[in-house]
Design a protein around this ligand. Structure first.
Ligand code: G6P
Length: 616
């Protein structure tokens, strides 16, 4: 949600910032803008629409100067207009600011600033913050210019309720940026004679792999030669410089048409990376390096609680199924956004898991802090090393699948399912699962990448099916047990990127309402496993067929489907129960992707969405 970038160095800042904005665009793509400090004043170019539009505008390309900030917006306060795009400049022309987050008390501050003669050009909360800063800067005693700038930002932020990641320029301070964060991510890149700021590493990876992850409540003051970090309470912080282990190619298309396509086809390798080093030497269980929880602590846990948002919430539902089925420990699952305010009674011997690809989703982060505040141990399953959730958790498991750029989650989701299966195995082997069952489970997990490779070979056939179904307006996705969350994920994928209405339901529950939607115009996608649920699912399919509903069946190879029951059948390989949700997910990713392509949707940047939702 909103991408932030800043640059102080010797190069032309606008070119570096525009390139960074392209890479950050997946965080928000309503509008984009840059402000460069040059000759004691700001040169600003900003525009509603994509970064490409901004790049084509001659003003953005021409801006000279070696210090600047840039922003891609996901609108909260105020519509998608040029005026509401960031950066905002204070009405006295002294301060320019970019912001990711929400200023909750902006209305009162605006009233106050109007009485002081400040004027506003936009409807945003950010312009209010910018003018408040100008007000404090004006009042701040003129000690050394740099510290006057820093201290006025510090003072301003003490008056702010809400969340922010900000980067600020001041006309009196060439080659300086002050930035701060509370609730929104911010990273400092330490380059060769230059410094960069960004809301995530993809924006700066082409220039440096050395970064400082700022913590909530921290500020950084960058000058031409140096930087210093302090807290909002003016306490100095010694920086820790980390090295990013991504390569620039990880964040590029490499010949694919879309990041979503690339990330779907990367899944075999991604899953190999997610399980590397995670099997015990005796080959009967899983092992994790960072859970910071002993086997005896795990044994004392009577309930687990899994929380997340979006696709990661679907992963929680599958984790629930796997842990309850194999480890026989009860699991509760909640939307992170609901948990935070629900104040439900919680058992004592509980352990929390938070699943988040980005590690920055504000609802998940806030729920994690709430569980922590209540005294619980919190663990994370997370992809982005150095993210807020990764750092604030008491321990966790990194997904290790590299950057996921497509807004619709694919490889991150299936790796969350794989890690959930590993966790279920690990917990089950601490309890009643036998050595030989453990060995069989491990073998099944090790075979997953190859089964995904095999499933991906279905892509051309699925593409043809997608072309024939892309013009329907409503779909049902139906599955049972661990395939019910896969049905939810399938419906979400289709909605997200093709804008076709779709609902996921437990297959048997369909007759309690959704069946009213069935007609020749509303196809159903059924997940059909072999085994005990097969005949039950076939009965549900018969009920749809009797009402002239079209059916796409995603069926395991050995399912003996009655002739003519499904209009189209996608055969997936037979596999272990713990692996089935992963294998069944791949065809729905492909189906949604090809339907969206057929409808000429902007697959990687679907309307209204953002990859990482850092506002409530
Ligand atoms: C957004 C994305 C989803 C994602 C969800 C949770 O809504 O569009 O694809 O599943 O956030 O993101 P997280 O980074 O916490 O997994």
């Amino acid at each position: 949600m909103c991408g932030i970038i800043g640059y102080v160095g010797k190069q032309k800042a606008s070119a570096i910032i525009l390139e960074g904005l392209k890479r950050l665009e997946y965080r928000g793509y309503d509008s984009a803008g840059v402000a460069i400090l040059h000759g004691g004043r700001f040169e600003v170019a900003k525009k509603a629409g994509r970064v490409d539009g901004l790049m084509k505008s001659t003003s953005a390309q021409k801006i000279t100067g070696t210090t600047g900030i840039g922003h891609t917006r996901w609108a909260t306060h105020g519509g998608v207009t040029d005026a509401n795009a960031h950066p905002h400049v204070s009405s006295d022309g002294k301060i320019a600011l970019i912001h990711n987050g929400v200023i909750e008390n902006y209305a009162n501050i605006k009233k106050f600033l109007l009485t002081k003669g400040y004027t506003f050009k936009s409807e945003t909360d950010t312009e209010v913050l910018c003018n408040l800063l100008a007000y404090h800067y004006e009042k701040e005693p003129a000690v050394a210019e740099g510290s006057r700038f820093l201290e006025s930002v510090r003072k301003t932020l003490r008056h702010i309720d809400g969340t922010y990641g900000i980067a600020v320029l001041c006309t009196d301070c060439p080659a300086e940026i002050v930035a701060a964060r509370k609730g929104s991510p911010l990273i400092l890149g330490v380059g060769d004679g230059e410094y960069m700021l960004a809301s995530d590493v993809s924006a700066i990876i082409s220039r440096t792999q050395n970064v400082v992850y700022l913590k909530d409540g921290e500020m950084v003051h960058i000058t031409a030669k140096d930087f210093s970090i302090s807290t909002l309470d003016a306490e100095d912080i010694s920086p820790v410089i980390d090295t990013i282990n991504w390569k620039i190619e990880d964040a590029e298309l490499n010949g694919y048409a879309h990041f979503m396509e690339k990330e779907i086809f990367e899944q075999p390798t991604a899953l190999e990376n997610a399980m590397r080093g995670r099997f015990s030497e005796d080959g009967s269980t899983a092992q994790f390096g960072g859970l910071n929880t002993t086997a005896s602590e795990f044994r004392q846990i009577e309930r687990f609680h899994f929380l997340a948002c979006g696709s990661a919430w679907h992963a929680c539902l599958i984790a629930e199924h796997l842990i309850e089925r194999f480890a026989r420990v009860p699991v509760d699952v909640d939307y992170a956004s609901e948990f935070r305010y629900r104040n439900q009674p919680l058992a004592n011997s509980k352990l929390f898991f938070f699943i988040s690809q980005s590690g920055e989703t504000i609802d998940t982060l806030a729920a994690m802090r709430e569980a922590k505040r209540k005294g619980y141990k919190v663990l994370a399953i997370n992809n982005v090393v150095g993210s807020s959730i990764g750092r604030e958790a008491d321990g966790g498991i990194y997904q290790h699948v590299g950057p996921e750029i497509g807004v619709a989650s694919t490889k991150a989701f299936t790796s969350q399912l794989l890690i959930s299966a590993l966790l279920a195995l690990y917990l089950a082997r601490m309890r009643d699962m036998s050595f030989s069952d453990g060995v069989e489970f491990v073998q099944a997990l090790k075979g997953t990448p190859d089964l995904v490779r095999k499933t991906l070979l279905l892509a051309p056939a699925i593409k043809e099916i997608a072309k024939r179904y892309a013009h329907y307006h409503d779909f049902l996705f139906l599955g049972r047990l661990s395939l019910f969350p896969v049905a939810l994920e399938g419906a979400l994928k289709l909605k997200e990127i093709s804008y076709i209405h779709a609902e996921g339901y437990p297959a048997a529950e369909m007759k309690h309402g959704p069946i009213a939607l069935i007609s020749e115009q509303c196809p159903s996608v059924f997940f059909v496993p072999s085994g005990e649920m097969f005949t039950k699912v076939v009965s549900s399919m018969q009920e749809i067929k009797a009402r002239k509903g079209k059916i796409i069946a995603i069926a395991s190879e050995q399912c003996d489907l009655p002739d003519g029951l499904a209009d189209d059948v996608i055969r997936i390989p037979e596999c272990h129960e713990a692996v089935l949700p992963i294998i069944a997910t791949v065809p729905v990713q492909l189906l949604s992707y090809y339907m969206a392509v057929e409808l000429k949707r902007d697959v990687d940047k679907p309307r209204n969405l953002a990859k990482s939702v850092t506002v409530e």
